[in-house]
Design a protein around this ligand. Structure first.
Ligand code: ATP
Ligand code: MG
Ligand code: MG
Ligand code: MG
Length: 564
């Protein structure tokens, strides 16, 4: 590709709106262009990287016998009502009506659609196992879209869905995908960890997230330095203390005026937090009966006082058993785990804390300075403690936890029969007995993976692409475009490189050399071939390795070999 004919216009300055390295560099390298909040076009250079990652994913999944298809982005509400997620999913689900007043949404994930497709064809155990995947744009109306492709509203995801005859076979599919993911992220040149994660309220099943290690990661990962047990802090096990404070004296409280809210969506809307900030449903017993409370984190406002990063308890209602059942079911509609990120729960001393806010995010609907243990009888508390860095690993009891920041680039999830039961996706087993397919789902954020790669591979001059996902393998800099004879030689060289199968960006622009060097470093192509008059006069070319800055002089006839 000739740079002069390409659609690539770099930015010298850091764009103000970009807070992270990857966002800044993607904008400066003309990889993406914002259309609306969290919605980006992939410009030619950026799209080449996306396609590289997609192809690595395709190759590795195809090796495991996964089969590619493509489903619609627009999905009818009926399917989501069937699975029960229409009410659960909350505001991340972008809903709209068609001209006939039918309800639709833009797919944030495709469990419903794939289950619908498969149930219509699945008859016999002989058709299983089956793993179908697609690479497609998803839409999630994220509350805080940010960091460019890292947390967009429209973003490209690879999503795969496995169907198996039983649990054991599903486990096999799960671990195959786990291995495929490991190969994919390795091939992308990333430093990453597979971590055990919280399966949220989906229950009973398990899940791993794949995290690219980077300071700017939004997740915290704990890893034992002895036995290699690694988990998202939301899930990391910790040693249980000898005794939980279960003998708490109750102090009478005035009755709280509580609103009658139930669904996760309503609750989160009421509290002004996103559904995933409803950290954990707990049941607290008030003096005058049971009440449901959820733990919320984040920034919110209490009594006109803004609370930052606070952990609070919100009472939803004084409720009967049935309601409690419903609410404690939790937001199982979320495909990712719910977060518990505040280290307040580092130990049981929370029982003696005095600065809890209890109630709702509305004036006169709460108590402040509540002491949990004193003012409430707390059930289900023991599992709420968060593990912390430096504490003893509960698995091997020898090592200690080390802490990392991670970017979640992928997740594998054993779903079990949640969707096949809700949507009646069955088959006949060997004995002619009807059974539910056992499912798994597996996602990779393609754009986020590209962004994470930049977070991990850059310097002050720009991006340093891992070779396998670089937009081009080689950039050829012609420093003397005005010299016809010279340029003819370099044009030939360019042709040679193409014929040898290299992906070459040929900087044939009529601009100063300094400008070309800066751009070459910024866009981060692994190998730079610098064709200048001086070296050419010696019959040589200069080759610069972007990552190390190492420069070597080579003879033109050695170029191909040295570039490889
Ligand atoms: P997060 O915890 O970051 O919100 P998630 O757990 O909700 O992600 P999944 O439902 O597990 O996401 O989706 C699979 C993958 O899709 C994620 O591992 C991530 O790489 C990617 N992804 C999810 N949300 C976004 C987003 N808003 N922008 C870009 N990529 C995303
Ligand atoms: Mg996830
Ligand atoms: Mg997540
Ligand atoms: Mg999410």
């Amino acid at each position: 590709m000739r740079f002069s004919r390409y659609f690539l216009y770099t930015l010298k300055e850091n764009p103000k709106e970009a807070e992270t390295v990857s966002h800044r560099l993607m904008l400066r390298a003309c990889m993406i262009k914002k259309l609306a909040s969290g919605i980006y076009s992939y410009l030619p250079l950026g799209y080449r990287v996306i396609k590289k990652i997609e192809n690595i994913i395709r190759e590795e999944l195809d090796k495991e016998g996964c089969i590619e298809l493509l489903m619609p982005a627009v999905q009818p509400a009926e399917l989501w009502q069937e699975s029960g997620r229409w009410d659960y999913y909350g505001k991340e689900l972008l809903r709209f009506k068609d001209r006939k007043n039918g309800d639709f949404c833009l797919g944030p994930t495709h469990e419903e659609v794939i289950t619908d497709i498969v149930r219509k064809e699945l008859r016999s155990y002989k058709q299983l196992p089956l793993n179908l995947y697609q690479i497609q744009s998803k839409f999630r109306d994220e509350i805080r879209p940010r960091y460019g492709l890292m947390r967009g509203r429209e973003f490209i995801m690879k999503d795969a869905y496995s169907f198996d005859v039983d649990d054991e076979s599903c486990d096999k599919s799960y671990w195959q995908m786990y291995d495929a993911y490991t190969r994919i992220f390795k091939r992308c040149g990333l430093k990453f960890r597979a971590v055990e994660a919280d399966s949220g309220a989906i229950g009973g099943n398990y899940t791993h997230e794949f995290h690219v290690l980077a300071e700017t990661g939004e997740d915290t990962v704990l890893s034992c330095n002895n036995c290699s047990y690694t988990a998202n802090i939301e899930k990391a096990e910790c040693l249980k203390p000898e005794k939980v404070n279960d003998n708490i004296e109750m102090k009478p409280l005035e009755k709280v005026e509580t609103p009658n809210k139930k669904s996760v969506e309503e609750v989160s809307e009421f509290l002004g937090v996103k559904p995933s900030d409803l950290v954990k449903t707990m049941i607290f017993k008030l003096e005058d009966g049971s009440a449901i409370a959820v733990l919320v984190r984040g920034d919110y406002e209490v009594n006109e006082v803004k609370v930052k990063n606070h952990l609070g308890v919100a009472i939803l209602e004084l409720a009967d058993e049935e309601t409690i059942e419903n609410v404690t079911g939790g937001p199982s509609g979320f495909s990712g785990p719910i977060g518990l990120k505040i280290p307040v729960y580092a130990d049981y001393s929370v029982l003696n804390m005095n600065n809890f806010v209890v109630g709702a995010n509305e004036k006169d609907m709460h108590f402040i300075n509540v002491n949990l243990g004193r003012d409430f009888e707390v059930k289900e508390f023991a599992d709420l403690r968060l593990a912390v860095e430096g504490e003893t690993c509960p698995r091997c009891k020898k090592g200690t936890y080390e802490q990392f920041k991670g970017i979640e680039v992928g997740q594998v999830f054993k779903l079990g029969t949640k969707y096949s039961k809700a949507m009646n996706c069955t088959f006949l087993d060997e004995n002619g007995k009807e059974r539910y397919a056992v499912m798994g789902c597996y996602g990779i954020g393609v754009g986020r993976t590209a962004a994470a790669a930049i977070e991990q591979n850059h310097d002050e001059n720009g991006i340093i692409w891992p070779v396998n996902i670089a937009p081009f393998q080689v950039i050829l800099l012609n420093l003397e475009v005005k010299d016809k004879e010279f340029t003819e030689k370099i044009d030939k060289l360019y042709q040679n490189l193409l014929e040898e199968g290299f992906e070459v960006l040929y900087d044939d622009r009529d601009v100063r050399p300094g400008f070309k060097f800066k751009d070459a470093d910024l866009i981060g192509i692994p190998v730079q071939i610098i064709a200048g008059k001086k070296t050419m006069a010696e019959g040589l070319l200069e080759l610069k390795v972007r990552r190390t800055g190492e420069r070597i002089k080579v003879k033109p006839e050695e170029l191909i070999e040295k570039t490889r």
